[in-house]
Design a protein around this ligand. Structure first.
Ligand code: O2Y
Ligand code: MN
Length: 646
């Protein structure tokens, strides 16, 4: 008998087996023996049929010993914390309230772009046609056959001896018309704890799901051959890690990594990669953007969204403490925005997440006091250092933690001394904290209809040439500005060093479909509304001849946002330049800044620099998009070149 037929029969048998024993009997195909799966938490017969089918299929494939259906309760959470703490996978940060520190396998510390794939029938649906000989930098394609082979090879029996956890979760407030539901299966307790922070997870979601469709997410930390008998605290399989997405059937499959964006599948995989494909189909936008509300002293409030590449300060801007008197910032989200036009033509945004997975190094009471407050309780830290008084430490806290009488254990667990040539914390170490801990969380952060967006900001880390702020001439030009984002590379991904990388829309690692089509989708938004948000480009990182930053940044960025708000209110505070509108002299509030910033330098537009920039952008488009580049973008290049050549 064909193994699939045997499989079907055994699954049917399993379904009819009395559920009160919480047991289903399933077949492991490797040895054709019947194995026992113990349901240790929750009831399989109470799952919606579509969820049951998905679980059974994955149980058959992965062969876990146990199944735990998560309810999202505090009790469940505490039990899992205890399991991990008893094993030594996490340690309590006793100085803080209900905070924990995880140290990962040093080979599993960041998203792995090179091993992240979009699987479609046609390659062209996933990635643009690049120039012959040019390896596309806009995503990696996998054929359905290759994905099936990879899944069979990597996942067969990969959860033997482990528990499979079933997590029902909602991206966005449960029940919001803008929200979507996912079901993640994982063999990592750390992932369960983190997903409970980062998403709305548990029973309420399952109830809301009913028999509707959901995004199917399968995750395993994997079982490397070399470590099968070593029982490592942080199992992973770095050599064979693969993160695969199938937009046509809303599926995510991730193997080999327990870290961040590779394993918390609601975040980059669902909310951005699969999210952008759903958004394309349904006519909305899923973007790598923070969402914040700014209130002026007169009470007038504006919401902005902002797309900056990874590690360019989105969390700092989202939680900014403004230095301008009487201004208030409130945070809706720090990383992802789902946006659609409402019936009145107003662009509305929700934050699909429920927490912050922020970079620890560099976060301190000067750069982000609100984040420092947010991480004080219910937080999971990953790959930061610990101090002998029960605290945590990372680069950037030098002025705040008195290390003189403390012993420090670095992120690898070794004793560390200040001044050592090694860093105490990994450059991509993180805090994972519930959004509700944020003292400036916006009152409308869970509004089902989303918040109204007045301005969209693009930006990057540009030490040279790019002014502090400019406003796009119109929507089409704004789309070109987004498509042209470049930024000094950082350590969030595998790319290191100080090169200026292209990162269109700050989405380069997160496109779920062909970037050429993505640009077209953005262009098509113009037809949806008469009330389009204004588009701006900001750069906090311009440096002077002495190599020092020209702009103080952080809370003083409120001064730039204040100018942006005035533009949104229609004030005549800008002058036109070949690249867009910049502040009229004297209109950007710099009073009280010491030293007084050199505004002339900060806003200077060097025509030669921008002509070279255009040449580079055109080359990038030609190499990476060839004929997939929408004509509108070529028109923008031509028009900008003409403006710069006058
Ligand atoms: O390296 C990772 O797995 C985390 S990446 C990340 C986490 C939170 C927010 N943004 C990012 C990013 O890379 O954009
Ligand atoms: Mn991000």
């Amino acid at each position: 008998m064909n193994s699939n037929v045997i499989r079907r029969i055994l699954v049917d048998l399993a379904r009819s087996y009395p559920s009160q024993y919480h047991q289903v009997y399933l077949n492991t195909l490797q040895n054709q023996q019947v194995r026992t799966l113990t349901v240790v938490h929750g009831q399989i017969d109470q799952l919606p049929q579509k969820v049951k089918d998905f679980v059974e299929e994955c149980v058959e494939l992965c062969c876990p010993d146990k199944l735990h259906i998560c309810d999202g309760s505090e009790e469940e959470n505490n039990n899992l914390i205890k399991v991990l703490a008893d094993k030594g996978v996490i340690n309590q940060v006793t100085k803080l309230e209900n905070c924990w520190l995880a140290r990962t396998n040093p080979k599993d510390t960041a998203r792995v772009e090179a091993k992240t794939f979009i699987c479609t029938e046609e390659k062209h649906d996933a990635v643009p046609r690049s120039k012959p000989g040019v390896q596309s930098k806009l995503g990696h394609w996998l054929s359905p056959d290759d994905m099936d082979k990879a899944v069979a090879e990597l996942f067969t029996g990969c959860m033997k001896g482990r528990t499979m956890f079933l997590l029902p979760y909602s991206m966005g407030p449960i029940g919001s018309p803008l929200s979507k539901i996912g079901i993640q299966l994982t063999d990592s307790e750390y992932v369960v704890l983190s997903m409970r922070i980062m998403t709305r997870m548990g029973q309420a979601v399952m109830k809301h799901l009913g028999n509707n469709d959901f995004v199917k997410c399968l995750h395993s930390v994997g079982t490397p051959k070399s470590e099968r008998h070593e029982n490592p605290l942080w199992p992973c399989d770095p050599e064979r890690t693969m993160i695969m997405h199938r937009p046509d059937c809303n599926e995510i499959v991730s193997y080999g990594s327990g870290y961040g964006g590779n394993s918390l599948l609601g975040k980059k995989c669902f909310a951005l990669r699969i999210g952008s494909t759903i958004a394309k189909r349904e006519g909305w936008l899923a973007e790598h953007m923070l969402i914040s509300g700014f209130t002026r002293p007169d009470g007038c409030k504006f919401y902005i969204t902002a797309a900056f590449p990874s590690q360019c300060g989105k969390t700092n801007l989202a939680m900014m403490t403004p230095t301008l008197k009487g201004y208030k910032v409130e945070c809706v989200g720090d990383d992802i925005a789902w946006m659609r036009f409402d019936k009145e033509g107003v662009l509305r945004a929700i934050n699909p997440e429920n927490g912050f997975f922020g970079v620890a190094p560099g976060t301190n009471h000067e750069s982000n006091p609100i984040a420092m407050e947010t991480v004080k309780k219910d937080t999971i830290f990953t790959n930061v250092a610990s101090t002998s008084d029960g605290g945590v430490y990372w680069e950037g806290l030098e002025k705040e933690v008195d290390l003189t009488h403390l012993k420090i254990c670095d992120w690898l667990g070794y004793e560390w001394t200040p001044g050592s040539k090694n860093l105490s914390s990994h450059g991509n170490s993180r805090f994972c904290s519930p959004a509700v801990n944020c003292p400036i969380l916006d009152h409308a952060w869970e509004a089902p209809e989303g918040v109204p967006v007045s301005a969209i900001l693009f930006g990057g880390r540009r030490p040279e040439g790019v002014p502090l702020v400019y406003e796009a001439l119109n929507w089409k030009h704004g789309v070109f500005v987004g498509a042209s984002i470049r930024s000094e590379a950082t350590s969030a991904a595998e790319f290191k060093g100080k090169t200026i990388m292209h990162d269109p829309f700050a989405m380069r690692p997160f496109f779920g479909y062909n970037f050429g089509k993505y640009i077209e989708h953005w262009l098509s938004m113009e037809k949806k509304s008469q009330k389009l948000p204004k588009i701006f480009h900001v750069n906090w990182f311009r440096k002077g001849k002495d190599g020092k930053f020209l702009w103080p940044g952080f809370g003083d960025n409120a001064r730039v946002i204040e100018w942006i708000m005035r533009r949104c209110a229609g004030e005549d505070v800008a002058i036109e330049t070949p690249i867009g509108w910049i502040p009229k002299p004297g209109t950007l509030h710099i009073e009280g800044l010491n030293p007084t910033p050199n505004m002339e330098e900060l806003l200077k537009i060097d025509k030669k620099f921008f002509l070279d920039e255009l040449t580079e952008i055109e080359k990038y488009f030609d190499e990476n998009l060839t004929t997939d580049l929408p004509q509108a973008m070529r028109d923008e290049i031509k028009a900008q070149r003409e403006r710069l050549s006058k």
